[in-house]
Each structure stands twice: as structure tokens, then as C-alpha cells.
Design a protein around this ligand. Structure first.
Ligand code: NAD
Length: 358
């Protein structure tokens, strides 16, 4: 059987650190096991264009493994060419780089390692909220420059205590973010999600659901985005929605870059409508060198907490999603049923309720 994996290069780091499992070099720890069973494993980071390893090998691969950190974009056109493909496995969480509607039409399953990096991301969200609200990055940059002017930092630094913090999406990550924010004594925690939290879960974090998105954002000092990217969330945070934000709100997006309109966010930051924007996800990845989010700033020259896509690929997370990919493969190879929570697309239908209301 031919198994194709599109992963990111680790280069020297992957040679020195074997726990960087999700790299081309370390192959999710699958190589010896798959080879011992006589399978062919092709691993590459080369994913763009018709001559890429990805596009050349997708035509006869039976299993495709991809990762959201270096997404192999599986378009409908590539599905049409992928004559042997049976299953797509996402090493991580978030399969929007696969055309899921095309997967339904082609009866190709799509699975994720659900839950594998949700704590990793929730911790990054809390860190990102804090670094924006407390104006941390300009403060650190000042120190590296050799300067010292406390008032230039303090004029835009606040406490998280007594702020209203809201999450768009209160699934595994969104809920864990809410749990981790409780000890900061926010004024209120609120959420926007078509799936209400179970009453006991909402009560445990004292989160209030707001059903109208504009009303929701207008109440938040901090908005964090934690929903999947699908037809209903692409470009959700645009000029119009940003105009309903509180002036000077902070926005954190570790969900997917394309949920936020990049130019609208940069404009809102430049005008001071947003005091800060932070996250690790970009549309597309790797982000082009001239992507507007690399250098976008608020009127005081700060408010940018952008990093490359790594919140969900800590070494702890890599161990979990590498194990998860292996167990999905074991189930597939032995004909055992898959864990229901990992199935995004089953044979010809959406099994998850998280990728939009259908
Ligand atoms: P989940 O399935 O547990 O939760 C997603 C929640 O979003 C669900 O409650 C769903 O009802 C809600 N939702 C869907 N569409 C919505 C909409 N239009 N408005 C409001 N809520 C909506 O998923 P999760 O594990 O919490 O992960 C969420 C997303 O985070 C993933 O799909 C992925 O895109 C992203 N993610 C990023 C990283 C990273 O490294 N940056 C890592 C893991 C996941």
C-alpha cells in the first residue's frame, strides 16, 4: 500500500531533537513499522504545483497523511485525480486544507486526531491574550533596543481582571480557554456557538451564551476565535463585523487564518479599532514574506503578537498526534472501526457537527 505524508521540514532541529516527530525527517515515527509490513511510505514537504511530490504521488496513494502546520491543500481537482485514495488522516486538528465537500462526493474518509493538541492551543491563547492586554511585545523589544521608557509601554498596558472575554466557538479548545481564564477574575466570560455548552459545563465556568454575533463582539474586550474554518466561518471577521467590536478590543485567532479577513484586521489595527491582533494561523501557509500581518501595528506601534503556526505542535502535542495517526492507521489496516470522535468525513457524509450546520 502506498502512503503519502506531507509534513514540514525539520532540518537540523529534527536531527538534534527526535521528539520533533511531525517532521519530514522523523516521519511521525511511522517509518520502521510501515516498512516492516511491506508498505511504501513517501514523506515530503514539497506540496505546491503539479510537479510537487504531493501532486505527483496523490494520483496513486491509498492513504494521505497531512498536517495543518504545513498543509497539503487537497482540492477538488486533486481529488478527481486521486484514483486510489481511501483515507485522509490529519496529524493534528483541523482538516480545512482538505476540500471536505469533495471528500464527501468522492466517498473518501477524513479523520483527525481529535483532542490531540487542544490544551497546547488553549495555553497559547491565554498567553496571547495576556501579551496583548499587557503590551508585552513592545516592552521586550524596547529592552533589546537598549531603551527604557516605562510610560511608553504603560500607556497601553492593562489588567485582564475585570474584562469581558468571549470565544467564537466553545468546543474542545474554546472551552479549555474559558476554563483557564476563570482564575483571572474576568468581568464575564461569554461565548458564541450554534452548539450550546451542556448546562453543567457552562455553569462550571459561568459562561453566558450570546446568540447574535454582532451583539457578542460588541460586548467583548477580548475576542478569541476557536471554531473550525468552513463555509460559514471563512471571512467571518471582516470590516463589517470589526465595526461592531468595542473600540480598542484585542483579537486572538489561533483557529484558522482565513476566518479573519487579513486586510480588514490590518486596517482595524492601524486605526486603533483593534488594540491588538495575535495568533499563529495564516492563509496560506507558509505565509508569504510580505503578508500584511507580519508587520501590522496599532497607532502606538505595538499590538502584533503573530508567530508561525506552532501552538498545536509543541513536543507534547507531537507525541499525542503521532500516536493518534498510528492508531488510525492500525484501525484502517486491520479493518477495525475508528474512534467516532476522530471521524470528520465518513463514507459519503459529514460525521462531525463542528464543521458548520448542515
Ligand atoms: P471542536 O470541534 O471541539 O470545536 C469547534 C467548535 O466550533 C464547536 O463547538 C462548533 O459548534 C463550533 N463552531 C463551528 N462553526 C461555528 C460558527 N460558525 N460559529 C461559532 N462556533 C462554531 O474543535 P477544537 O478542537 O476546539 O478545534 C477548533 C479549531 O481550532 C480546529 O478546527 C482548528 O481549525 C483550530 N486548531 C488550531 C490549532 C493550532 O495549532 N493553531 C491546533 C488545533 C486546532
Amino acid at each position: 500500500m502506498k502512503i503519502l505524508a506531507i509534513l514540514y521540514n525539520g532540518f537540523k532541529a529534527a536531527e538534534e531533537e527526535p521528539r520533533l516527530l511531525g517532521t519530514v525527517e522523523n516521519k511521525l515515527g511511522l517509518e520502521d513499522w510501515l516498512k516492516s509490513q511491506g508498505h511504501e511510505l513517501i514523506v515530503s514537504s514539497d506540496k505546491e504545483g503539479p510537479d510537487s511530490v504531493f501532486q505527483k504521488n496523490i494520483v496513486d496513494a491509498e492513504v494521505l497523511i497531512t498536517t495543518p502546520f504545513h498543509p497539503g491543500y487537497l482540492t477538488r481537482e486533486l481529488f478527481d485525480k486521486a484514483k486510489n485514495l481511501k483515507i485522509c488522516i490529519t496529524a493534528g486538528v483541523g482538516s480545512d486544507h482538505i476540500d471536505l465537500n469533495a471528500a464527501v462526493d468522492h466517498k473518501i474518509q477524513v479523520l483527525e486526531v481529535s483532542g490531540s493538541n487542544v490544551v497546547s492551543v488553549a495555553e497559547h491563547v491565554v498567553m496571547s491574550i495576556l501579551l496583548l492586554v499587557r503590551n508585552f511585545i513592545p516592552a521586550h523589544e524596547m529592552i533589546e533596543r537598549g531603551d527604557w521608557q516605562v510610560s511608553d509601554i504603560a500607556r497601553n498596558a492593562f489588567d485582564l481582571e475585570n474584562k469581558v472575554i468571549g470565544t467564537i466557538g466553545a468546543g474542545r479548545i474554546g472551552y479549555r480557554v474559558l476554563q483557564r481564564l476563570v482564575p483571572f477574575d474576568p468581568k464575564e466570560l461569554i461565548y458564541y456557538d450554534y452548539a450550546p455548552l451542556p448546562a453543567a459545563a457552562a455553569e462550571a465556568v459561568k459562561a453566558r451564551r450570546v446568540e447574535d454575533l454582532k451583539e457578542f463582539v460588541s460586548q467583548c474586550d477580548v475576542v478569541t476565535v476557536n471554531c473550525p474554518l468552513h463555509e460559514g466561518t471563512r471571512g467571518l471577521v471582516n470590516d463589517e463585523l470589526l465595526s461592531h467590536f468595542k473600540k480598542g478590543a484585542w483579537l486572538v485567532n489561533t483557529a484558522r487564518g482565513a476566518i479573519c479577513d487579513k486586510d480588514a484586521v490590518a486596517r482595524a489595527l492601524a486605526s486603533g479599532q483593534l488594540a491588538g491582533y495575535s495568533g499563529d494561523v495564516w492563509d496560506v501557509q507558509p505565509a508569504p514574506k510580505d503578508h500584511v500581518w507580519r508587520k501590522a501595528k496599532n497607532p502606538l506601534g505595538g499590538g502584533n503578537g503573530m508567530v508561525p503556526h506552532y501552538s498545536g505542535t509543541t513536543l507534547d502535542a507531537q507525541a499525542r498526534y503521532a500516536n493518534g495517526v498510528r492508531s488510525i492507521l492500525e484501525n484502517y489496516l486491520s479493518g477495525k472501526p475508528q474512534e467516532p470522535q476522530n471521524i470528520i468525513i465518513g463514507l459519503g457524509k459529514y460525521e462531525t457537527k463542528a464543521y458548520g450546520q448542515r
